[in-house]
Design a protein around this ligand. Sequence first.
Ligand code: ADP
Ligand code: MG
Length: 373
Amino acid sequence: MTPVERARTAFAEVFGGAPQGCWWAPGRVNLIGEHTDYQGGFVLPLALPQGAAVAARARSDRVLRVHSLHAGGTAEIDLDDVAPGTPEGWLGYLAGVGWALTQAGHRVPGLDVVLDSDVPIGAGLSSSAAIECAVAVAWDDLAGLGLDRDALAAAARRAENDVVGAPTGVMDQMASLHGQEGSLMFLDTRSMDIEQVPLELAEHGLALLVIDTRAPHALVDGEYAERHASCARGAQLLGVSELRDVPVEGLTDRLATLEDDLLRRRVRHVVTENDRVMRLVGVLRSGADPRSAGTLMTASHVSMRDDFEITVPQVDAAVDAVLAAGAHGARMTGGGFGGCVLALVEAGSAGAVFNAVAGAYEEAGFDPPTSFI
Ligand code: ADP
Ligand code: MG
């Protein structure tokens, strides 16, 4: 059964009667453009086939009552009691959307909701944006708000930033709401302009292999705070409002004006990463063989590993193993310190490439990885 079918079926058991409808939103994987979206830069994600489903019915009061098939429990809150930090836990992602819509001046009703998702949770594939965006489109329909997808993405992002308290950029929610089959979403996070860039993998005999390293995330809040602060400080010292405005031409000379080596490397990652996104988009726009994008993916990984320092041994081992097994390019995807590795591979070799990672993990004593195409 799909998440939509499971949510619809469970609704009658949990709440009695039928839902008014089911809404679905996907997770995402970022092909390239990491830690650029809070510096006005460029990202290039694609929506996943995996997503979150909500079966929902409007209530006559303002209570949001949600049963999550994954969490295995029901939680509820009055939307008028939602505030930064309240409610704690997974309900905050959903209640936060109702709060953000209310803050934006929209009148939204309480809902009875059954939630299900097949996005791996906490793996950097944005299970959080999937559940936010699924309930955002449900509210939009049920309350007849008629909001566009940028407005829904903004509400979903506020839920995550302000209610849950996770300082993320806007890429995840935009990818979930704007992703189109067969395309990458090229997003300028300053202008919010979107270009759908066709990615013809099957036509070229290629596949994207997503490897979940299953490395445990630990103590990353302080690490993210340091990266945000370093980027802001670097921008200030270089006299720009955001690192997006630092051109890659002449970068070495500009970096030489910064005294702190750590700061130099943080800035270099963001500036060169924006350039790699533009170059990868250029490759795809020109109709060139997508294999040639692989070197940009790998260069992005090296930059995250050596300059931004957001990888972990499991992630680096997976990238090394897939490249040794013949992948055209590979990189960690998502915020870092664990999560998934994305590899561009010949479609027929995906199984062998994954086995190479599994073998390397066994040898290193890491927990076994998982994967999907
Ligand atoms: P990611 O977005 O990379 O998967 P996050 O830490 O941003 O990781 O979001 C994961 C959180 O989202 C989970 O800890 C949980 O609170 C919430 N979540 C995601 N999917 C579900 C679900 N199906 N049911 C309940 N909570 C969920
Ligand atoms: Mg998330």
